[in-house]
Design a protein around this ligand. Structure first.
Ligand SMILES: [Mg+2]
Length: 201
């Protein structure tokens, strides 16, 4: 396998986990705990959806400002770039939140990414659309991309697009559900991406 680019999930992967309190946001929006927020909003009448989307965006902006880079994230991104790999971000969050959160990173800006795919421009994960878009923008096949994320939707989207997938875990309970595709790799720190790449060359 040849990996030419790494497509990162954003929240909880490039940022330190926990900034976005999904259970609290779901409670405030009246979203059932077992349903993803964006899909829940899609089920609502347009006026109500717009009202709740505004609340969600406010929560996301606050979380983005309070977020911090994940352990080793800045070094990992810099080292990948130095090795000639292209970088991308694929998130269910908004572009505005990503840009705000990236301001807390040292030596990393939005310009370091060849593709930043947010819900503003793609169908949300687990749909493979965002992975395919990122591969197109980078000029690669999706099979030349490694998708790295901390949630089952990251693995599902990557696998559905034919990309390699690495699940970033914090060593706690598995985020995967029965019937989900297995990630190609499971890592507990971003630096382990380099062990995956070593298998390449
Ligand atoms: Mg995440």
């Amino acid at each position: 396998m040849t990996i030419k680019g790494v497509l990162f999930d954003f929240d909880g992967t490039l940022t330190h986990p926990g900034a976005l309190d999904f259970p609290a946001i779901k409670l405030e929006l009246g979203c059932p705990v077992d349903q993803p927020i964006l899909e829940y909003l899609e089920t609502l009448a347009p006026a109500r959806r717009a009202e709740l989307m505004k609340i969600l965006e406010e929560k996301e902006e606050i979380a983005a400002k309070a977020s911090r880079p994940n352990s080793g994230a800045e070094k990992c991104l810099g080292d990948l770039k130095n090795r000639g790999l292209l970088l991308g971000i694929l998130t269910r969050n908004s572009l505005s939140s990503v840009k705000k959160a990236l301001k807390t990173f040292n030596g990393v800006t939005a310009k370091d990414f060849s593709a930043i795919i947010t819900r503003d421009v793609s169908l949300p994960k687990p749909h493979p659309d965002g992975v395919l878009q990122a591969a197109r923008r980078m000029g690669f096949k999706s099979s030349e991309l490694l998708v790295v994320g901390d949630f089952r939707f990251d693995v599902m989207a990557g696998k559905a697009a034919g990309a390699w997938t690495a699940l970033l875990t914090d060593g706690g309970r598995s985020v995967m559900a029965p019937g989900d595709p297995d990630p190609d790799f499971t890592i507990s720190h971003l630096r382990t991406i380099f062990d995956i790449l070593e298998q390449d060359y």
